[in-house]
Design a protein around this ligand. Structure first.
Ligand SMILES: C[S@@+](CC[C@H](N)C(=O)[O-])C[C@H]1O[C@@H](n2cnc3c(N)ncnc32)[C@H](O)[C@@H]1O
Length: 269
């Protein structure tokens, strides 16, 4: 069968650069030459699935598939999804102690008691649910007088499905206190499932922060978390993604990036 004889196939520099350019153009994610072997193995996995036995045919498929279906499958393979609940505790502390009280007060004063949060590059959902738990810890009883929602977006379809399921193993929740586990999770077959009252406030969907079209479909966020996403972008892609994030953030809103990414954030923030 086509695709069976991929074993000895090697990506050369020229074809690697073609793929790298295409991936950057469509997603912002940048592969330099040090990632050649990584990309080669991931491309071969997809080629095997599709029964394709040479890189150029696979490249042509990506270029001509206007639905981007195969490109999304490839993105599942090449994106890094590492995440955890309350990743970088100090940021969540700042979010709870400083950002949330200020926002809640401003919303109450303006008689617009609704808060909206974005987890951009949400991976399997831990960040979005950590935001929701932090907010629930503050406002205790969401109601007409103060309510909120969280949107998680990602370009990896597999992770979005996992995020929607909200089902986590023992290892994923090991950093959470017993208190938090009891309040926000139920036990399902030895795993931990996010309870429905949180899930109802957290939505997940496919969207690419690098795409003007995807980002024009969302907006009005009081706080955007976009952490450990921009590190995979080159400088010009970072600028474009940050400009898109600025557009979806309410005036006076907050952006959280990972500590190593902060030097990329322009003064306009
Ligand atoms: C390393 S994870 C970080 C998850 C979470 N933000 C955190 O800090 O724990 C990076 C996520 O960003 C997603 N991603 C990469 N490029 C993206 C893009 N252009 N638009 C949206 N999500 C993207 C990846 O699929 C991956 O799930």
């Amino acid at each position: 069968m086509k695709g069976d004889n991929l074993f000895g196939l090697k990506l050369n520099r020229e074809i690697f650069l073609q793929f790298s350019r295409l991936i950057r153009e469509k997603s912002g994610v940048f592969f330099d030459l040090s990632k050649m072997y990584f990309l080669e193995t991931r491309l071969k996995r997809r080629m095997w699935e599709r029964g394709i036995s040479d890189f150029i045919s696979y490249y042509d498929l990506l270029k001509t598939d206007y639905s981007d279906r195969e490109f999304k499958e490839l993105l599942n393979e090449i994106t890094i999804h590492e995440t955890s609940f309350f990743r970088i505790r100090s940021q969540f502390q700042t979010f709870s102690d400083f950002v949330l009280p200020e926002l809640i007060k401003a919303k109450v004063d303006s008689k617009n008691p609704y808060l909206s949060f974005l987890s951009a590059g949400c991976s399997t959902g831990e960040e979005a649910y950590s935001i929701a738990i932090s907010v629930l810890e503050k406002i205790k009883f969401p109601s007409m007088s103060m309510d909120f929602n969280v949107l998680g977006i990602d370009i990896s379809i597999d992770t979005i499905e996992k995020a929607r399921a909200g089902l986590y193993g023992e290892n994923n929740v090991s950093s959470l206190s017993e208190d938090v586990l009891v309040r926000y999770f139920e036990r399902v077959d030895g795993n931990y499932k996010i309870k429905d009252f949180i899930k109802n406030r957290v939505l997940f969907k496919y969207a690419n922060i690098y795409s003007d079209m995807d980002m024009s479909g969302i907006g009005g966020f009081d706080v955007v978390f976009c952490r450990y996403v921009l590190i995979y972008f080159d400088d010009s892609s970072k600028r474009k993604a940050l400009a898109n994030l600025k557009k979806v953030l309410n005036p006076g809103g907050y952006l959280f990036v990972a500590p190593s990414e902060s030097y990329n954030v322009p003064d306009s923030f």
